[in-house]
Design a protein around this ligand. Structure first.
Ligand code: ZN
Ligand code: ZN
Length: 368
């Protein structure tokens, strides 16, 4: 699988005229090698030439963490007195065009540019982005497992098994985080719990607000779960519950949101431009009079990163391809009053859109 990925990367480097790919911290390195660099001051860097063998330059004390994959890379540990930038620069040699990972620390980029004065540096995302956006079968399987795990947590929330009333948003968020790990994720990426008026802030930071009867409670949570190679894939789901019967205003807005989300998922067929999926959700919400209350794009790609290509947003004419995995998460936010969002991860397939999240899509009423 990884050798096939490396072959696809090299093919694209040929197409783009890139001579060497340099990957450090960030999502591309684990996607390509199964190894995630520690985000520390000692340089870890994969040097992957278009022709020839790849080398993973890694601090000697971190080398024991690396699962060696000689079919993908040779390991080159460096000692405390070595200069890792020089080791990388020697391998870059006289390359004209070097693609470097987008999240590489500026200090290493600047040092490498100084050490390779003839090279033109471009973003590695140009090479890896379109490849990473199209998931292979193993990746879809990993996303499906992660989605099923957060579905079980959402089901518990909807069934009233997670106590809400009298507790703070932060306490409930901690519960969600604990469950994310118990369900097999390696780490929690986020757990937004927003009650009542706080739900009108899409990326609300859960705090000391105590949940009361009459509140809508918006929960958006996800983590990273390892596949069999130890590469982490993300989950991301949003469900809302209401403590006690919702007032008509909330119920009606939710009905609009529910229909917008359903229609946008159904529209996410292979060949449909990403912006068209956004437009479908937006039109339904706007026609119901909530247009200015839907303040973000409809979705984002997901994989090794929580947010990656393709983005489901106006202006992105990229047609959906089989294997594209992305969220569909319209929202309606009424400042000072309440907010609603409904989110599933969906994969575009030749047989139509496959929603990975299957848990109930309604506004569950809980006693608290
Ligand atoms: Zn989310
Ligand atoms: Zn999302």
């Amino acid at each position: 699988m990884l050798t096939e990925r490396a072959a696809r990367v090299r093919d694209r480097m040929v197409d783009l005229g890139v001579d060497v790919l340099l990957l450090s911290v960030g999502p591309e390195l684990p996607w390509l090698t199964g190894y995630e660099a520690m985000p520390l001051e000692r340089l870890t860097m994969l040097v992957l030439p278009r022709d020839g063998d790849a080398t993973l330059v890694v601090p000697r004390l971190e080398a024991p963490r690396v699962t060696e994959r000689p079919e993908v890379f040779d390991l080159l540990p460096w000692d405390e007195t070595d200069d890792p930038v020089r080791l990388v620069a020697e391998r870059v040699g006289r390359a004209a065009t070097v693609a470097i990972g987008d999240r590489t620390w500026a200090r290493f980029v600047l040092d490498l540019q100084a050490a390779c004065p003839r090279a033109r540096f471009v973003r590695a995302d140009r090479v890896t982005g379109p490849l990473r956006a199209v998931k292979d079968e193993a990746e879809v399987a990993a996303l499906r497992r992660a989605a099923a795990a957060v579905d079980r947590i959402a089901a518990a929330l909807q069934a009233g098994e997670i106590p809400l009333v009298g507790r703070t948003e932060a306490e409930v968020a901690a519960d969600l985080g604990r469950r994310i790990v118990e369900e097999g994720h390696r780490r929690v990426n986020f757990a937004i719990v927003a009650a009542g008026e706080n739900a009108a802030s899409p990326h609300h930071e859960p705090g000391g607000r105590v949940i009361r009867p009459g509140d809508v409670v918006l929960c958006d949570f996800g983590g990273t779960m390892d596949d069999e190679l130890g590469i982490g894939y993300c989950s991301d789901i949003t469900r809302c519950v209401h403590v006690g019967e919702p007032p008509a205003e909330v119920r009606d807005a939710y009905a609009v949101l529910h229909e917008a989300q359903r229609a946008a998922v159904a529209a996410a067929t292979v060949g449909t431009p990403c912006e068209q999926v956004d437009a479908v959700a937006r039109r339904i919400i706007a026609e119901a009079g909530h247009g200015d209350r839907f303040v973000h794009r409809t979705g984002h790609g997901i994989g090794v990163e929580e947010h990656e290509d393709p983005y489901i947003v106006a202006g992105n004419a990229t047609p959906l391809a089989p294997g594209h995995a992305f969220s569909v998460e319209p929202g309606i936010y009424v400042p000072g009053r309440f907010g609603l969002r409904l989110e599933d991860i969906v994969v575009a397939t030749p047989d139509g859109p496959e929603p990975l999240n299957r848990v109930d899509h309604g506004l569950a009423v809980v006693d608290g």
